[in-house]
Write a protein that binds this ligand. Structure first.
Ligand SMILES: Nc1ncnc2c1ncn2[C@@H]1O[C@H](COP(=O)(O)OP(=O)(O)OP(=O)(O)O)[C@@H](O)[C@H]1O
Ligand SMILES: [Mg+2]
Length: 243
């Protein structure tokens, strides 16, 4: 059964795109066919994260308009053959038709085991319109009060639209946040967002460097196992949580 995973946050810069890329690589490494659909209109980053800038000829708008097929639009990630990307349109003012988007998702579900949707900061109407098609909503929050409040707000909006299967990813988890007294513990993030935890990704400079340079995350990086564990939990496997 194909699954649509959407990553949201409310606040910008909490690591939505990083979570999408890390999870995409992890699922692919576990043998799954994965498509990352970038829905951050006008602000693509997956081309840089995956080092495919020169390979992107078409984007989401090409396929939604019917000018190009899915096969003509997707880019396969070099070195991760089962992982493909559809990049965001360059135009930030493009109007995405929700019905066409739903139709596209239905088609993609026939072709991929996992469709990971990267969203932008805030809430886009077309993203909320597909809420009832989302199998699992991941909310990426950093351990600070603004991120927590915005994560709760975004999560509520998706819930109201019928997306009830939701999980929390605490990102850039770093004891500095606790030392600064911004939050007392990571439990506070879980309690105040009201979302069940699925994984914790450490603050990891190697991760920021790898994706910033368009390369894979090294097995030696501290976040590698965190993504592997989240991917397994999404598939219903038991992997103990350590916070
Ligand atoms: N776990 C992490 N450790 C270290 N740096 C991280 C981590 N997660 C994300 N970053 C860095 O934080 C910055 C923002 O990450 P990212 O672009 O994934 O956030 P975003 O939520 O997608 O942002 P936007 O709202 O603009 O789409 C990037 O420079 C990224 O490399
Ligand atoms: Mg992003």
């Amino acid at each position: 059964m194909s699954k649509i995973i959407t990553v949201t946050s409310g606040k910008g810069g909490t690591g939505k795109s990083t979570v999408c890329a890390g999870l995409g690589y992890a699922l692919e490494k576990q043998g799954n066919h994965v498509l990352i659909l970038e829905l951050d209109l006008g602000f693509r980053c997956m081309d840089i994260f995956f080092g495919i800038e020169d390979m992107v000829k078409h984007d989401l708008s090409s396929v939604l308009s019917g000018r190009y097929t899915v096969e003509e639009t997707v880019v396969s990630v070099p070195g991760a053959e089962k992982l493909s990307i559809i990049c965001s349109p360059d135009n930030p003012f493009i109007n995405v038709n929700s019905l066409k988007l739903k139709k596209l998702l239905t088609e993609l579900k026939e072709k991929y085991e996992f469709i990971i949707i990267d969203t932008g900061a805030g809430l886009l109407k077309c993203v909320l319109d597909i809420a009832d098609m989302i199998d699992i909503l991941l909310t990426a929050a950093t351990p600070d009060k603004i991120s927590i409040r915005d994560a709760a707000k975004a999560s509520d909006k998706f819930y109201e639209k019928g997306c009830i299967n939701q999980r929390l990813v605490i990102n850039k988890a770093n004891s500095d946040y606790l030392n600064l007294g911004l939050v007392k513990s990571f439990d506070e993030v879980i309690d105040n967002t009201g979302i069940q935890l699925i994984g914790v990704i450490p603050d990891d400079k190697m991760l920021a460097k790898a994706f910033g340079k368009g390369s894979k995350l090294s097995k030696n990086s501290v976040s590698f196992n965190a993504f592997d564990a989240i991917a397994r939990r999404i598939k219903g496997q038991y992997v103990p949580l350590t916070v």
